[in-house]
Design a protein around this ligand. Structure first.
Ligand SMILES: Cc1ncc(COP(=O)(O)O)c(C=O)c1O
Length: 386
């Protein structure tokens, strides 16, 4: 029989995160620092809005772009936060999470063989989604010396005449890095000079600590060449509702909407009503969760550094990305042995690209006392193997 699975799909390895969850699921007394989602439940008012919409009979498809009220609210939200204006009719699209928004952005802009520059370590889906869309991911490595911010000189080095886009994900998963405005301006300058599209995944924009998030589209000349991706999963603890959005110039957004229309139709209706409640009235709940993440962040970063697992200070998202160099182990070995010996789950850095070698991702989207216990276990482990 012929080989039916496409070569481009075979080329993509399965996610390195799942394997550890599968092992951890078979064990008792595991403290998981492996989770990439909020441990908080969705705020009650948001849940109620979803239920209310069901009772009100909102059980049908919506407009392909998403319910108008949500697009208007998103437009006001972006204008209020960042001063950037998107037309709710033509420049905003409600999607099934940022995951779908990212896929649409790539499907709508990639021709076969187009290159996309992707700073690594990065969210596990980036390279895979570029390949699924027919593009070619070109990796540049960020490092702790530069606070895991990508340098424009690194990007410049890999630009070819096939380069079409940059895919930025800041605040970053897995490192927690936030790009400074100055560094972003340098990247923006390059994008202008080389006529590049910038796909900016800003799903963690509201989860920053002591610094300001710069929305890439607000930089001079960038709005017309940026696809801004945002979502509800992280900020409002809504991963299971599956709502995200894309904001982009009308021509690009129309192309994305076309792919969305033929593949998805519309994002889940009740989830859109829940998201509307979140964006209109969810600020207090968001700030409360953010404050709690910040407290845990300080605990875990100090704790890891005290143990000797050197950790640069993450200013965003909910991840710490310590170096495990002192143990002399690979990140895979470290994660596996830590799980077996101390029942703490974290994710090997290489799950986020080869540049993540020598690090592990520890999520602090878990209860404060669990982090305290995990640190005790990590200290024992590091002492044994240091
Ligand atoms: C950087 C980043 N982008 C996108 C996503 C996907 O989010 P969503 O739930 O909106 O599809 C995640 C989820 O972990 C993420 O970390």
């Amino acid at each position: 029989m012929r080989q039916f699975v496409a070569k481009k799909i075979e080329k993509v390895p399965p996610s390195g995160i799942r394997r550890f969850f599968d092992i951890a699921a078979t064990m008792d007394d595991v403290i998981s620092l492996g989770i990439g989602e909020p441990d908080f439940d969705t705020p009650p008012a948001v849940v109620s809005a979803g239920i209310r919409s069901l009772k009100d009979g909102e059980t049908h498809y919506t407009s392909n772009s998403g319910i108008s009220a949500l697009r208007v609210a998103l437009s006001n939200h972006l204008e209020g936060l960042y001063g950037v204006r998107y037309d709710p009719e033509t420049e905003l699209l409600v999607t099934v999470g940022v995951s779908e928004a990212l896929y649409l952005a790539l499907a709508a802009t990639m021709d076969h063989g187009d290159e996309v520059i992707v700073p690594e370590p990065c969210f596990v889906s980036y390279n895979a989604e570029v390949i699924f869309a027919g593009g070619v991911p070109v990796t540049v490595c960020t490092s702790a010396e530069n606070d895991f911010q990508v340098q424009s000189s690194q990007i410049e080095e890999v630009i070819t005449d096939r380069t079409k886009a940059l895919l930025l994900g800041y605040p970053n998963n897995p490192t927690g890095a936030v790009m400074s405005r100055e560094r972003l301006l340098e990247v923006a300058h390059l994008a202008q000079e080389h006529d590049l599209l910038v796909i900016s995944d800003e799903i963690y924009d509201r989860l920053v600590y002591g610094v300001e998030h710069t929305c890439f589209a607000t930089l001079p000349g960038m709005r017309q060449r940026t696809i801004l991706l945002g979502g509800f999963s992280k900020s409002y603890a809504m991963t299971g509702w599956r709502i995200g959005y894309a904001a982009a110039p009308a021509e690009i957004l129309a192309a994305m909407r076309k792919v969305h229309q033929y593949t998805i139709m519309s994002a889940p209706t009740i989830a859109q009503y829940a998201a509307l409640e979140a964006i209109e009235h969810g600020e207090e709940a968001l700030q409360e969760m953010r404050a709690r993440y910040d407290r845990r962040r300080r605990l875990i970063v100090d704790g890891l550094n005290n143990i000797g697992l050197t950790c640069f200070e993450p200013k965003g998202a909910f991840y710490a990305f310590p170096s495990i160099a002192v143990t002399g182990m690979t990140d895979e070995e470290f994660s596996e042995r830590l799980l077996q010996e101390e029942r703490v789950a974290c994710v090997p850095g290489t799950a986020f690209g080869a540049c993540g070698a020598g690090h592990v991702r520890c999520s602090y989207a878990t209860a404060y006392d669990q982090i305290e216990q995990a640190l005790e276990r990590l200290a024992r482990f590091a002492q044994r193997h240091g």
